[in-house]
Write a protein that binds this ligand. Structure first.
Ligand code: HEC
Length: 166
């Protein structure tokens, strides 16, 4: 009996310490989940969207019409750089591989190079290009009204219209 009177309080104490610890832990993990949620980007708050609009739309505008453009719209790039198997990492690194040093040898868009000449080199940062292509991969991007029809009419390239959310 004496044994129990010593052990019971100790056991109770231990149980309460353990359960208290658990509550603290689960609160903590709730907090971290909440944090992750608020930093998950949406189609409208993704930082890559703003950077793309500021740095790429000058030439790759989705609103210029087909005949007086100076470069293809971004949706044409997305369509040429993606197929059913392309992972996000592959997409991001192939866009960066071109943009860090544009050249005729690297092009996936021969028709565009023929029409517009090779994209002029500009010192974009890898970070910006990663954010832009992360945004392009994950979300449906703004596209010109004529684009889809134009691709389906041409039908002579291996490229397929792609502008889904992934
Ligand atoms: C000064 C005009 C200009 C700006 C600004 C510009 N580009 Fe381009 N870009 C072009 C032209 C012209 C082409 C088509 C010729 C070509 O493919 O090289 C092109 C093509 C591309 C291609 C396809 C390359 C290929 O041939 O496979 C990628 C990728 C690209 N641009 C990414 C970007 C990104 C990302 C931005 C913004 C950070 C950007 N460009 C800003 C002019 C521009």
């Amino acid at each position: 009996m004496k044994k129990y009177t010593i052990f019971l309080p100790i056991t109770l104490l231990m149980i309460s310490v353990i359960s208290c610890n658990n509550t603290v832990k689960s609160n903590y993990s709730n907090q971290t989940n909440a944090k992750v949620k608020t930093t998950t980007y949406t189609a409208s708050n993704h930082p890559g969207k703003k950077i793309m609009e500021a740095k790429c739309y000058v030439c790759h505008s989705p609103s210029a019409n087909h005949d007086n453009r100076i470069a293809p719209p971004m949706v044409a790039i997305k369509s040429h750089y993606l197929d059913n198997e392309t992972s996000k990492d592959e997409f991001i690194s192939s866009v960066w591989n071109f943009v860090k040093k544009p050249s005729r040898d690297k092009t996936k868009m021969r028709g565009a190079v023929k029409r517009f000449g090779v994209m002029p080199y500009q010192p974009f940062s890898e970070e910006d290009i990663k954010l832009i292509s992360d945004y392009m991969f994950d979300f449906k991007i703004e596209e010109p009204e004529w684009f889809k029809e134009h691709i389906e009419e041409e039908g002579n390239s291996k490229m397929k219209y792609r502008n889904g959310a992934n």
